[in-house]
Design a protein around this ligand. Structure first.
Ligand SMILES: [Zn+2]
Ligand SMILES: [Zn+2]
Length: 292
């Protein structure tokens, strides 16, 4: 990144001179609709075809604003753009999964300070999403209920892992969190995709994003390096067992230590979490800003 120039800033010639939120085509994209279509291959080595899309979502024209400093109103505009683009990409016959995510913080490897997130349109369902879908589908088959609704009801009743709640959303640290202070934001109503949320719920989601992002920054007194992923059902097919939610994966395990994915995590798929969800949730619950 050149120090004195940012392609995402108004005046760069790469974006409109005036914008609020903006969808920018990724300059270093992994997927493109110009690539050959995905077709299952036989043999030992499989390729995906890399046909899809990679977008950058600019959250604000203000270069110095952190995502965690966005107002609820601005998050609302970002959400509107997410929804518009998700509907557009999902309608493409080559797209199987639309993943909306954000990487924030130098510790995560983000070189671009301008507030932004990304959207990947995959020509296949990514493996971790598939694993989650399989678990949710199995539970739905065996228990005739949504796994997420069940977990959410349990968390609300228990209360120890709750961080914030509103009329339509609950934020909690899941019992099964892999990352320190890993959080899930879940709509109270069963809905399989963000596009299924109504206007009031979307407004509530914007407010909840603002609240939890500020809480994270206030936890250690500096911006929390994290990954944020919006979990939607796949673009194609019926998935009544799936429940839309947002996952937040911070990598700061103490004020001075980062969580690295070393041999135990990367090599074995087992996560050592140094924090207790109940204790971290209590800290985050008490920290400003409080939810209603
Ligand atoms: Zn900029
Ligand atoms: Zn549900």
């Amino acid at each position: 990144m050149p120090e004195d120039w940012c392609p995402f800033c108004p005046g760069s010639g790469r974006v409109p001179d005036v914008y609020d939120v903006y969808l920018y085509p990724n300059d270093f994209r992994a997927f493109s609709f110009g690539n050959r279509p995905f077709s299952p291959e036989t043999g030992l080595f499989h390729r995906t075809g890399a046909r899809g899309a990679c977008d950058v979502v600019l959250y604000s024209p203000n270069h110095r604003l952190l995502p965690s400093q966005l107002s609820a109103e601005q998050w609302g505009k970002v959400i509107d753009l997410w929804i518009r683009r998700t509907a557009e990409l999902s309608a493409n016959p080559d797209v199987q999964y639309v993943s909306i995510f954000e990487n924030t913080g130098v510790a995560i490897g983000v070189t671009m300070p301008h507030p932004h997130g990304q959207i990947y349109a995959f020509p296949f369902v990514p493996p971790l999403v598939q694993q989650e879908l399989d678990s949710a589908a199995a539970h739905y088959r065996e228990e005739s209920e949504c796994l997420y609704c069940r977990i959410l009801a349990g968390e609300i009743e228990d209360g120890r892992r709750l961080v914030a709640s509103s009329n339509n959303f609950v934020a909690f640290l899941p019992f099964f969190g892999r990352f320190p202070s890993e959080m899930q934001i879940c709509p109270r109503r069963h809905v399989d995709a963000m596009t299924g949320l109504n206007a009031v719920e979307l407004q509530d989601l914007a407010l909840m994003l603002k609240i939890v992002r500020q809480k994270y920054d206030n936890l250690y007194g500096f911006p929390m390096p994290l990954m944020m992923l919006l979990r939607d059902r796949p673009a194609k097919g019926e998935h009544p067992y799936f429940h839309f939610h947002v996952d937040l994966l911070p990598i700061q395990r103490s004020p001075t230590k980062l969580k690295y994915l070393a041999s135990v995590e990367s090599g074995n798929g087992t996560f050592l979490n140094d924090t207790r969800a109940e204790e971290q949730a209590a800290l985050l619950r008490e920290i400003e800003p409080k939810s209603r």
